[in-house]
Every structure is written in structure tokens, then in C-alpha cells.
Design a protein around this ligand. Structure first.
Ligand SMILES: Nc1nc2c(c(=O)[nH]1)N[C@H]1C(S)=C(S)[C@@H](COP(=O)(O)OP(=O)(O)OC[C@H]3O[C@@H](n4cnc5c(=O)[nH]c(N)nc54)[C@H](O)[C@@H]3O)O[C@H]1N2
Ligand SMILES: Nc1nc2c(c(=O)[nH]1)N[C@H]1C(S)=C(S)[C@@H](COP(=O)(O)OP(=O)(O)OC[C@H]3O[C@@H](n4cnc5c(=O)[nH]c(N)nc54)[C@H](O)[C@@H]3O)O[C@H]1N2
Ligand code: SF4
Ligand SMILES: [Mo]
Length: 650
């Protein structure tokens, strides 16, 4: 038996340090948390625990070539040579006939390792293939924050221990970030910190918080403005900070004062007294933390909600007193690793959120997918799946597991999981870093991303040295100046190191200050102050919220925990009006599609609002993303999953 120190590479806030036990036969037998990391603190979530079985179930073990129709699972096992020959022949044929822009690289963060996720982009950059903007998750909020702060990074998680007020705003951390939540609980225990949840539904965070404020969905700009008004009126502002470090407060103040108490009450559904209670908590706190979830940002004006909420700690005199994502807090050159600037060909970038219709209409003839399960996770599934089914679209999928997307593949290439290859994971939350060595041998004939892209490059006759280079040398260059207390060689030797951080008071804006009224936004044709414009449900329509669930990472872990429940939560008043009981099965429908689901009646959701786990496959076999819209936000083409309107058909 041996124990290997590594990190969890999943698309997750926490990026845990883990200890993997391997028996004498080379089998992974347990996964535990490693106490060495003060943020992830020696425990893993239910998914981390279950890796031990997931690594061995439902795996793609050998290359496969389609024999039956799409979609379906009729494949013939083949060897790597034939799989790569077929892939490269088709790729060259498509480039010759339709041009390089009809090749699409479609990838995401199934594995967040630099070698698994980032370096493979080099091949596709050299080919000049089209790619997506990756905006399906957090990009709009990041862009929104950058308009005011230059960069979007926020506070470091260890500092939660010292905070007296911790606000989880549209962030269901007990489910989505168990370790940030644990730090908040520690602060409550050790220094009596108050934990607040701001969420339109009684989420797990709301259930365990000291107070829950329940505004209407998408009304957070109104709530933030109401709070700011009280901060002004009750003299809670840090005027010295505002004077010294910010510009544009006069314009923000004008906007704030347009939010009269009745206007805030109407828009948020909260009474003014509640708004005052929250504002007083902020006003009296000496060192607060406002943690905004990615879920807060997945609506038609989601990025504006994040922008507005981030102003509250600034008015209280805190440099970046918020957290949203810290992925730009470090000095690692990801663009270099991805080779984004090496090619003369300017690859076309298309919207990921709006991709489905392009695929349906045949804009791409060759689609290479890795680290992503888009045939479940993209909005407007019916269009996307129709596109993947086209006879003139060739689909290649590199994945560890059989998935909804492999059902649409023409060629499937087996990938090793993060336990089966050496890599480096950089988190988007904390600054602790160490090597992820290979823990077990790759299963079956699975081959990692670097090997695959290099082999494909050779078959395609690509000569560029930057595509065929040694990835470790390239990653080392990208780490130049990025480590705070050691060298890249120390990292390779297995040492735990700290990443150097950008300082909280650095504002990379034109005046080098926090710009409440964003000049960059003006230049880009975006509103310089956050706007309030929630979707308005029509007669008989409900807002369908959907968010992360405990046992699954996006669509992963159904092999361990069974299907993601296809259940909609509805308020008792709405249920009674529609004569729906707890045993009902209902149809949720809109212009894009309809799905059948079971019902849970609960006042965890307010009237007019429904909630579902995200990414369920419904009782009629249809994905819940049949209902979600490819409509994008104005800012960074962000997602609008939570602006979904549906009718209930009983
Ligand atoms: N267990 C688990 N953890 C995960 C993941 C997973 O799939 N499972 N996925 C990871 C990934 S990729 C992501 S992006 C994150 C997502 O995790 P979070 O950032 O926590 O986001 P969500 O789970 O989408 O939603 C959080 C909360 O936002 C609320 N919300 C919805 N609309 C609004 C609104 O208009 N205003 C306010 N104030 N609140 C609103 C929802 O009710 C929900 O409770 O989690 C990561 N961690
Ligand atoms: N309705 C609705 N839909 C949503 C959202 C929502 O809130 N509501 N949220 C969106 C968000 S925030 C996100 S982040 C996306 C997530 O969308 P996806 O990234 O598509 O989600 P996953 O299910 O995590 O898919 C990751 C895939 O990568 C594979 N994989 C894992 N490790 C490796 C590896 O080492 N190599 C390779 N080649 N493959 C690997 C996994 O097996 C899995 O098939 O979903 C989005 N979709
Ligand atoms: S999925 Fe997230 S919380 Fe769970 S073990 Fe991995 S990094 Fe930790
Ligand atoms: Mo995400």
C-alpha cells in the first residue's frame, strides 16, 4: 500500500489537496482529504470520496468507431492508429472542403489541470480552428467586475477566519464549495461571525445561515442599491477610502438615491425594514466578506448583479472585500500555455451559450470535444443534439467516461482520469499549489491530452515546434515569477508552494482606481453603472431556477449516485392553485421544449418561482436543458440559465 499526495482536478471552487491510497496491485482504494492545505482542511466532499469507484466504472477503455446511427451506442472497438488516422483524414478533408473555421474545438473544465485543459489548445490554435468563448459558467461576472476593478480577483479564503460578517450572496456554498463554507462556520464558532444568505430560495446556505434575505430573483441590483442608500443615509460610508481609491462615486450616488424605499420594496419584494437590517449588518461590521456565487450571475442581467453587489464592501472601505473568482489573482501565463498568440491564423471565437443553433444549422463540419459533456450541459439541447446528429457533421470525443455526448460521437478516444496522469492544478480560489503526480496507471488504452494532441499533430503534418514542444518546459516558462516561496523544480519535486498574489489595492483601470462609473464600459457600449432589468414572467409563467447539487459535479457521478433527480420544487400556494399534489407528475414547457418531472411541494421557493437540480435527465428522457435559452447576456455573452420561463402543464 502507498499513499500519494495529489489534488482534485474537478471543476470546483475548492481544488482539494487529497491523499490517494493505492494497494499493492496498483488499485486506487481510498481518497481522503489532506490536512496540509489550510483551505481544504483534510476532508473531501461526497464526490471526492466516490472517485474510488467512479474511476473504475462506466469508463471508455478503448478507441471506438461508430457503426450505428447517431445518437446511439453502436460502436466497434479499434486501435489508436485507426482512430487517429480516421480523425486526421476527416479533419484535413473538412479543412480542404469547408475551410478551417468549419472545424470547432469544444472543450471545458472536466479536468482543470494545465496539461489536460490548457496546453492542448495549442494544436487547435495552429490549425486556426473555431473555438468557443467559454462563457457558459463564470465569464460574464468576471468581465462585469473587471469593468470597475480592472481585474476581478477578490479576497483570499483563509481571511474568512478573521471576518465578522460573511455574506453568501447567490452562492450555495454548503453544496458547491464545502470548504469555503467550513471556513465560514469556523469564523462563526471562533469569533462569533454572522453568516448571511441572500437567495430567492431557501438554499442549503440559507438553512444554515444566521439570517436569510429572500429577494425576488434577479432583483439584486435593486437590493444592493437599497443597501448603499442606507449606508449613505446612516453615515456608514468610508469617505476617506472613497476619496483616495475610487472615482465616479458622485455618479453612483445619483443612481443610488434614485432607489427610493418604495421602489426597492417593489422590485425586491423585501420590506424596507429587512433591507435596513442587512445594511446595518454591513454598516456595523468592521471586516466583512461578500462571497458571490456563480449562480448569482446566470441570468439575463447576471453580470450586473455581481457588479452592483461588489460595491457594498467598497463603500465600507474594503479593497476587494468580495470573492467571485480568483483565477486572475496569480501570475501564471495561461495564454502562453495555450499558445493563443503563436499562430498567425486568427481563430474565430463563437458564443458557447448561443452555440446550439450554429451547430444545428451546420456551421461546423468537424467538432472535437474534450473535457466537456455538451450534449447535456449546453442550453437549447434540442437544437444542439439535432446538430450533432447531422450526417455532414463529424464528431470526435475524448473523454474518460461514456456520456450523453459520446452517444453522438463518430470516433471516441479514451482519456485517463486525473489520477492516471501527471499534471498541475491551479485553483480559482486559494493559492496553494503542488504537483499532481500519476497515482495509478492509465486504465485500458486511455491516453492523455498531451500525447493525443502531439500524435494528431504529427499525423496532420504540423511542423510548428510550439505545438510539439515539451509541455513541462512550456509550463515552467509560464510560471516565471508566479511562485512566492520556491522554484518550479521544487514544485516538480513534490513541495507544496504558494502562488504569488496580486495586491488587493491594485486597480488596473485607466485612472488606476476603483471606477464605480466604468469608463471601460462606456468604451465598450455597456452601461457604465449596473442596470436593473429582470425578466418579467407573463401570465401563467414561472421562473425556473436551477443550481448545483451535492453529489454530482455538473453531469458527472451518475454512475455512483444514480440519476440526478428530475424533480421540480413548487410553492404550496401555486401547487394548490394548480391542484398539484406531491404525487403529481407535471410537464414544464416553453417555446424551446417540454420535459416531464416529479413534484416536490415546499415553501423553500417563493410563489411564482420553481427550482430544479441542474442537468437532470427528465422522466420522458429529455434533458432539462431542453428548456434553457441560448439567449446571452449583454456582458461577455454570459449564460441565462436562471432566466428560464416555463408554464406548468398538469
Ligand atoms: N456539489 C457541486 N459543487 C459544485 C458544482 C456541482 O455541480 N456540484 N459545480 C461547480 C461549478 S462548475 C459551479 S459554476 C459552481 C456553482 O455553484 P454556485 O456558485 O453556488 O451556484 P449555483 O449552484 O448555480 O446557485 C447558487 C444559488 O444562487 C441562487 N440564485 C439564483 N438566482 C439568483 C438571483 O437572481 N439572486 C440571488 N441572490 N441568488 C440567486 C440559487 O437559488 C442558488 O441557491 O459550483 C461548483 N461546485
Ligand atoms: N441548466 C443548466 N445548465 C448548466 C448550468 C446551469 O447552471 N444550469 N451550468 C453550466 C456550468 S456553470 C458549467 S461549468 C457547465 C459544465 O459543463 P461540462 O463541462 O460539460 O460538465 P461536466 O458534466 O463536468 O462534463 C465534463 C466532462 O469532462 C470529462 N472529463 C473529466 N476528466 C477528464 C479528463 O481528464 N480528460 C478528458 N478528456 N475528459 C475528462 C467528464 O467525464 C465529463 O464528461 O454546465 C453548464 N450547464
Ligand atoms: S469535487 Fe471539489 S470539494 Fe470535492 S474533493 Fe474535488 S475539489 Fe474537493
Ligand atoms: Mo460552472
Amino acid at each position: 500500500m502507498k499513499t500519494v499526495k495529489t489534488m482534485c482536478a474537478r471543476d470546483c471552487y475548492d481544488s482539494c489537496f487529497i491523499l490517494a491510497d493505492v494497494d499493492d496491485k496498483g488499485k486506487l482504494v481510498s481518497v481522503k482529504g489532506d490536512p496540509e492545505n489550510p483551505v481544504t482542511q483534510g476532508f473531501v466532499c461526497p464526490r471526492g470520496k466516490m472517485d474510488v469507484t467512479r474511476v473504475y466504472s462506466n469508463r471508455v477503455l478503448y478507441p471506438q468507431i461508430r457503426e450505428g446511427d447517431k445518437p446511439g451506442r453502436q460502436f466497434r472497438r479499434t486501435d489508436w492508429n485507426e482512430a487517429l488516422e480516421t480523425t486526421s483524414r476527416k479533419l484535413l478533408e473538412v479543412i480542404k472542403t469547408h475551410g478551417r473555421e468549419s472545424v470547432l474545438l469544444l472543450d471545458y473544465s472536466g479536468n482543470t489541470g494545465l496539461l489536460s485543459e490548457v496546453y492542448p489548445h495549442r494544436l487547435w490554435n495552429a490549425l486556426g480552428a473555431s473555438r468557443t468563448d467559454g462563457a457558459m459558467c463564470s465569464k460574464a461576472g468576471k468581465t462585469g467586475l473587471s469593468l470597475h476593478y480592472g481585474e476581478y480577483y477578490g479576497l483570499q479564503p483563509e481571511s474568512l477566519i478573521d471576518r465578522d460578517l460573511i455574506v453568501f450572496w447567490g452562492f450555495n456554498a454548503p453544496v458547491s464549495s464545502a470548504h469555503l463554507w467550513a471556513l465560514a462556520l469556523q469564523a462563526r464558532k471562533q469569533r462569533d461571525a454572522t453568516i448571511i444568505a441572500v437567495d430567492p430560495r431557501r438554499s442549503e446556505a440559507a438553512k444554515h445561515a444566521d439570517r436569510h434575505f429572500q429577494p425576488k430573483p434577479e432583483s439584486d441590483v435593486a437590493l444592493a442599491m437599497g443597501i448603499c442608500r442606507i449606508l449613505i443615509e446612516k453615515n456608514y460610508l468610508d469617505r476617506e477610502f472613497i476619496e483616495k481609491y475610487t472615482v465616479g462615486f458622485d455618479k453612483l450616488e445619483q443612481e443610488i438615491m434614485s432607489w427610493s424605499p418604495p421602489r426597492v420594496e417593489t422590485e425586491t419584494g423585501l420590506d424596507w425594514h429587512s433591507v435596513e437590517t442587512l445594511a446595518d449588518l454591513y454598516g456595523k461590521s468592521k471586516l466583512g466578506a461578500t462571497l458571490m456565487g456563480i449562480g448569482l450571475q446566470k441570468s439575463i442581467n447576471g453580470a450586473d448583479l455581481v457588479r452592483a453587489v461588489s460595491f457594498i464592501p467598497a463603500l465600507r472601505g474594503l479593497h476587494r472585500g468580495f470573492f467571485y473568482s480568483n483565477s486572475d489573482a496569480f501570475f501564471i501565463d495561461n495564454n502562453y500555455i495555450a499558445g493563443n498568440t503563436f499562430s498567425n491564423l486568427q481563430p474565430k471565437t463563437v458564443s458557447q451559450v448561443a452555440l446550439s443553433e450554429l451547430v444545428r444549422d451546420g456551421a461546423f463540419k468537424f467538432i472535437f470535444i474534450y473535457g466537456m459533456n455538451p450534449a447535456l450541459t449546453l442550453p437549447h439541447q434540442s437544437a444542439f443534439r439535432r446538430g450533432l446528429s447531422r450526417n455532414d457533421v463529424f464528431v470526435v470525443v475524448h473523454d474518460t467516461h461514456w456520456s450523453e455526448t459520446t452517444d453522438y460521437a463518430d470516433v471516441i478516444l479514451p482519456a485517463p482520469t486525473f489520477f492516471e496522469k501527471q499534471d498541475i492544478v491551479v485553483t480559482w480560489v486559494h493559492r496553494y499549489i503542488r504537483l499532481s503526480p500519476r497515482v495509478i496507471e492509465p486504465l485500458g488504452e486511455s491516453r492523455d491530452e498531451v500525447w493525443l494532441m502531439h500524435e494528431l499533430a504529427r499525423k496532420l503534418g504540423i511542423k510548428e515546434q510550439w505545438v510539439l514542444s515539451d509541455p513541462w518546459k512550456e509550463v515552467e516558462k509560464a510560471f516565471d515569477g508566479a511562485l512566492a516561496n520556491g522554484t518550479f523544480q521544487d514544485l516538480l519535486a513534490g513541495k507544496t508552494l504558494l502562488l504569488k498574489l496580486k495586491p488587493p489595492d491594485r486597480y488596473n483601470t485607466p485612472p488606476e482606481k476603483l471606477e464605480f462609473y466604468s469608463s471601460r464600459a462606456l468604451e465598450m457600449g455597456i452601461a457604465p453603472l449596473p442596470r436593473h432589468c429582470p425578466v418579467k414572467p407573463g401570465v401563467g409563467e414561472f421562473m425556473l431556477l436551477n443550481s448545483a447539487v451535492r453529489n454530482y459535479t455538473n453531469s458527472q457521478f451518475t454512475e455512483s449516485y444514480g440519476p440526478i433527480p428530475a424533480v421540480v420544487t413548487i410553492n404550496p400556494t401555486d401547487a394548490a392553485r394548480l391542484q398539484i399534489t406531491g404525487n403529481s407528475r407535471v410537464k414544464l414547457a416553453n417555446d424551446l421544449g417540454s420535459v416531464e418531472v416529479d413534484v416536490e411541494i415546499s415553501d423553500a421557493v417563493p410563489k411564482g418561482v420553481l427550482w430544479m437540480p441542474r442537468l437532470s435527465i427528465c422522466l420522458d428522457g429529455k434533458p432539462m436543458n431542453d428548456l434553457t435559452s441560448p439567449l446571452t447576456q449583454v456582458i461577455a455573452n454570459g449564460p441565462t440559465f436562471n432566466s428560464t420561463l416555463v408554464k406548468i402543464i398538469v
